[in-house]
Design a protein around this ligand. Structure first.
Ligand code: FAD
Length: 393
């Protein structure tokens, strides 16, 4: 079979992972990214065992583990700082073969980009138009026109490709809460355990990064577009400055101009992830709330699955339909679960929040972990045949 070509729109985690997956299987790939370079602002990112299995298939699990931090344990605390539940990393590894790895997003992006020949990466190439004609998909971008056998739309929540080829697909929907993310300066004595602290309509979480830094995240139930008081850092101090230790100390160690804030949106699933020889992938297909820390993990699963479906398949549209059948139900179920956890985590009415906390305290660790098996136990399909055979499992 002659070398096949894929154009990938978007050089985030999903797009780059797809490029690596296809490149490793002998495809000629081109990644069109509108930003002037392949990097992520942002803060930390947690990668669960299913993502590490996907990275394993890309030959990058070891590299990513070396770039990240693995905590001994972590869990959920109530608004007074009392533990409601705790998970031991050793138990996570025993059940799922990998720990939870947390790293800076920029490090993950760099690891993915470095796994590709540099001339396959086209920064500063915003895609402005797309069509799928009889000879294959065509995109127009700032540096010209690209034609290929397959087009992968990994251009995020507000995907240009989705809007062009899926005009009836539903628009992103506000989740009901906003999120802040930040990384502290290196701490002399970083907390030994990570935790998410559940308040009333607000949450604050933290987890270790390498080098003594901590990745922190917070949420608050607010109408979309609500402006913060003065600065985002001042807003965080106002909301969380008197929360239990170590939260005040963590906020004090965050540079005042280094707080990111985003209202959180999720994407109701389109009727299909596939249109002819074009496939939606990552947030462009299934943007979800971050409550399970699974958005990028699912994008990595997508990438590996898409490459397995396409590899050696003589009929590209049929291979893409297999990808759709494998990925749409799974990502739908993970997104639903993440949204449910968000609803519970954001409970604001004190009696409901108290009932939630009691239920969390009474749930044994093994029950929590067992309930995560369908999410964290994912394994990559080996090739097109197994991808098709494992459909619906
Ligand atoms: P994106 O990261 O959005 O990348 C899309 C890329 O396409 C961008 O580089 C963009 O510049 C480019 N682009 C857009 N339009 C065009 C165009 N027209 N032409 C060319 N390029 C274009 N997930 C986890 O797994 N673990 C976590 O801990 C986690 N925490 C999160 C915390 C928060 C607060 C949020 C909001 C999300 C979190 N996620 C997490 C989800 C995760 O960030 C996303 O699911 C993931 O980044 C999606 O990657 P992507 O490549 O699909 O999309």
């Amino acid at each position: 079979m002659p070398q096949r070509a894929a154009t990938i729109v978007g050089g985030g985690i999903g797009g780059l992972a797809t490029a690596v997956a296809l490149h490793r299987r002998g495809w000629r790939v081109e990644v069109l990214e509108r930003a002037p370079e392949f990097t992520e602002i942002g803060a930390g990112i947690s990668l669960w065992p299913n993502a590490l299995r996907a990275l394993d298939a890309l030959g990058l699990a070891g590299t990513v583990r070396d770039l990240g931090a693995v905590e001994a344990s972590g869990g959920v605390r109530d608004h007074k700082g009392r533990w409601l539940s705790r998970t031991d990393t050793a138990e996570l590894v025993r059940r799922f073969g990998h720990p939870l790895v947390v790293l800076h997003r920029a490090d993950l992006l760099r690891a993915l980009a470095e796994a590709l020949p540099p001339d396959r990466l086209r920064p500063g190439s915003e895609v402005t138009a797309v069509r799928d004609d009889a000879h294959g998909p065509v995109v127009e971008h700032h540096h010209g026109t690209s034609r290929s056998d397959v087009l992968v739309a990994a251009d995020g929540l507000h995907s240009t490709v989705r809007r062009a080829l899926w005009p009836d697909a539903p628009e992103p929907r506000y989740a009901g809460y906003t999120a802040w993310r930040m990384v502290t300066e290196p701490l002399a004595e970083p907390p030994a355990e990570g935790a998410a602290t559940w308040g009333r309509g607000e949450r604050f979480g933290y987890t270790a990064l390498p080098g003594g830094r901590m990745y922190c995240f917070a949420t608050a139930s607010l109408p979309p577009g609500t402006a913060s008081g003065s600065t985002e850092h001042a807003e965080l101090l106002r909301r969380f400055g008197s929360w239990p230790d170590p939260i005040p100390a963590l906020l004090a160690a965050v540079p005042a101009d280094a707080v990111l804030r985003h209202d959180l949106y999720e994407l109701p699933p389109p009727a299909s992830f596939v249109h002819g020889r074009v496939a939606l992938l990552g947030d462009a297909a299934h943007a979800m709330t971050p409550n399970l820390g699974q958005g990028a993990c699912q994008a990595l699963e997508d990438a590996v699955t898409l490459a397995a479906c396409l590899d050696g398949a003589p009929d590209t549209p049929a291979a893409l339909l297999a990808y759709d059948r494998l990925r749409r139900p799974r990502t739908r179920s993970v997104a639903r679960r993440s949204a449910r956890l968000g609803t519970i985590g954001q409970l604001a009415w004190p009696p409901a929040a108290l009932a939630r906390d009691i239920a969390a305290r009474l749930t044994p660790e093994r029950v929590t972990l067992r309930s995560m098996t369908s999410v964290l136990g994912w394994t990559p399909p080996a090739d097109a045949t197994t991808a098709t055979e494992s459909e619906g499992r």
